[in-house]
Design a protein around this ligand. Sequence first.
Ligand code: NAD
Length: 276
Amino acid sequence: MLNLLATETESLAGRKMLEGRTAIVTGSTSGIGLGIAHALARAGASIMLNGFGDPAEIETLRAEMAEGNDVDVAYDSADMSKRDAILMMVERAKARFGQVDIIVNNAGIQHVSPIGEFPPEKWDAIMAINLSAAFHLVQATFDGMRERGYGRIINVASAHGLVASPFKSAYVAAKHGMVGFTKSIALEGAEFGVTSNAICPGYVWTPLVEQQIDAQAKSHNIARDAVIRDVFLKNQPTKRFATVEEMGALSVFLCCDLASSITGTAIPVDGGWTAH
Ligand code: NAD
């Protein structure tokens, strides 16, 4: 056991502990998904990137991730609101890598509005991308993971999957749903070596958050710094944004063998927000 621990500790310090593993990371052209994809690739996993963006920039990203880590990196533009596209992405990943060992359900969108004015089509889109996509991707990969005796399902939920916030009804509902889905799948996979965990970030410095800060500063006509201090970091006791690297490090740990008893959890990475 001590030898095993020593090996794992050494691995955490930089060896390729996910060598030979293959992963699909949804919404990985930006922000948290990109941070997780980078971390998994550094640990030796082959990666299927997914998400929207400029095709030339995505190709540069793909090539650099592959060359920099000596792993296979592919890209699929599947729209996570569409089941058929998700199933085709899984088929492409299986054809290219042979199997899918790790899935990271990360793609997500948000809309902020009082309930009386909340556009029904925004509700549907948030449910489709933030919640139903995880169901489709798990369904298409779960049996293979179970048969091989190893699988890792990581669902990027949110602190809003644990506590509520006004005007974000669809987002809060979808993220709470994701936490429940995570736990249910954990019970289905536990005896077959398939773990399922949710990561619940507070505010993380990403393009999405930067856009939200700019929008609030503009609509309330207040300085950006005030929005950051009084809105975004108000409930985050660390008084700083988390980083995408922190999300990547946790994801790599959840995929390693020493994390195989960690399943059915919703792990806050929120600087103490939900400890209030
Ligand atoms: P981001 O906007 O920087 O990245 C979102 C990614 O999802 C992009 O790659 C985008 O192209 C992709 N995407 C969006 N719609 C898609 C669709 N229909 N199909 C495929 N890909 C799609 O956002 P982020 O801040 O990195 O957020 C990523 C996840 O983390 C989301 O689920 C979000 O709810 C969650 N989260 C973020 C924060 C935060 O503070 N940034 C906090 C808690 C939870």
